[in-house]
Design a protein around this ligand. Structure first.
Ligand SMILES: [Mg+2]
Length: 265
């Protein structure tokens, strides 16, 4: 999900169009990192491996914790609340989601007005996150790089998703990162727009692509409709780990070490 734990409000910043590469360079052919989109289809069984980010390449709960700490530093400084991050994390672990900021401030007797929540949400979304790739994700990206075109498609507020891509260093491996928030309203998953865009960018057809992601509720409908293969990674401690896969999932794996075998013809 989008990781906003204050009352939800519009973001209004998603008008920048496709973000090619996380460093802002453009590439129309998927060759930005020196490989062809057509490379290696014999070994992996696909020409393009397209990955979700949250809970696919790293554990989203690590981003949540990092965000709470950033917000907590602000709350300590501006509101005199000393233990915001700890309290927010406890609420998160207890299953709270969209109202954590309000809940914690209320419990602390601190103000919960719109201006405060807006500031906290902004701090959360724009903080430089302390997150790292899962070991199997980093090893996989190294292994697939050069053997297939690599790209990412991610939903969520543009500022936070860009900060995640930057922190994870995805530009080292990927030709294209599509932030669906930049495509306009209604173009997030499950809409197929981002998947069509990746096909165009990489110059590949749907049956040559696989989407690897974690959320059965929205991740696989779009690519499946375009003829993509779909692989669900069901990580321990991921936010959707308890949700069963639907019929639009071709393979379910628990670590990206298993992707190569899942894709083998
Ligand atoms: Mg995800």
């Amino acid at each position: 999900m989008d990781n906003d734990f204050g009352r939800r409000r519009g973001d209004g910043s998603h008008t920048t169009g496709l973000a090619n590469n996380t460093n802002g360079a453009t590439s129309a052919s998927g060759m930005a990192n020196g490989h062809s989109a057509l490379a290696g289809s014999g070994t992996l069984g696909v020409e393009a491996i397209v990955l979700d980010i949250d809970d696919t390449l790293y554990l989203e709960r690590d981003y949540v914790r990092s965000g709470f700490e950033a917000v907590g530093r602000w709350a300590q400084r501006e509101l005199g609340v000393d233990d915001f991050a700890e309290r927010a994390w406890t609420a998160f672990e207890n299953g709270s989601r969209n109202t954590i900021f309000d809940e914690v401030l209320t419990a602390c007797g601190a103000p919960t007005g719109d201006a405060v929540i807006t500031e906290m949400v902004a701090r959360y979304r724009t903080h430089p996150p302390s997150i790292v790739l899962a070991a199997d994700a980093e090893a996989g990206l190294d292994r697939w790089h050069g053997a297939a075109a690599l790209a990412a498609i991610t939903d969520g507020p543009l500022s936070s998703q860009q900060a995640k891509a930057r922190a994870l260093g995805l530009e080292r491996w990927t030709s294209t990162v599509v932030f669906t928030a930049s495509l306009g309203p209604g173009k997030g998953k499950p809409d197929p727009a981002a998947f069509e865009l990746v096909q165009e960018e990489l110059g590949v057809d749907g049956k040559s692509c696989v989407y690897v992601a974690d959320n059965p509720a929205k991740d696989f409908v779009g690519p499946k409709a375009l003829g993509w293969r779909t692989v669900r990674v069901r990580r321990r401690l991921s936010l959707h780990a308890d949700v069963e896969s639907g019929s639009d999932v071709d393979h379910e794996i628990t670590t990206l070490e298993q992707l190569d075998t899942a894709l083998a013809p």
